[in-house]
Design a protein. Structure first.
Length: 158
């Protein structure tokens, strides 16, 4: 039996992790592989002392460091998911979040996306945009959107 691959976009905030308990309630661990995905801005070459190669940090060094930091930060979540019986891992892409999430879904054979949404409307959505809304309208796989409310209730949309 093959596991269904579910990608969970993580923006680095605790808010983006709020979907995880819902996922563990809704999906069968033996049938589900979870990938915690973070999309970071493209790194740039940094020269601490221009012209001195020993004082230059290259893009690949920065990417490796960012990948390691994200994996370390998510290790408690990954271990918790694995302890519950899920296959769980982390992944990181670099670029514009909506484009990279779309690319990851296509390239990695993802079966579903599960993510939190702030549920912004009106002017707030126009100003800040919505990665969740963009993925919802452009994805070719099912999307689970999770929105928590301040009063403790929650809303799920599929």
């Amino acid at each position: 039996m093959t596991r269904k691959k579910v990608v969970v976009p993580i923006d680095g905030s605790e808010f983006s992790l709020q979907v995880l308990p819902t996922i563990t309630e809704m999906f069968e661990p033996a049938q589900t592989e979870l990938v915690l995905l973070h999309v970071a801005p493209e790194p740039e070459v940094i020269e601490l002392e221009p012209g001195d190669p020993e004082m230059t940090f290259y893009v690949d060094q920065q990417e490796a460091g960012l990948r390691g930091n994200f994996a370390d930060d998510m290790l408690p979540q990954v271990r918790k998911l694995q302890a519950a019986g899920f296959a769980a891992s982390t992944a990181m892409c670099f670029g514009e979040p909506t484009e990279e999430i779309e690319r990851y879904i296509a390239d990695e054979g993802i079966d579903m996306v599960a993510m939190t949404t702030h549920g912004r409307t009106g002017l707030a959505r126009m100003m800040f945009g919505s990665v969740a809304e963009h993925v919802l309208h452009r994805s070719k796989v099912p999307i689970l959107l999770y929105r928590s409310f301040a009063n403790g209730t929650k809303e799920q949309t599929q």
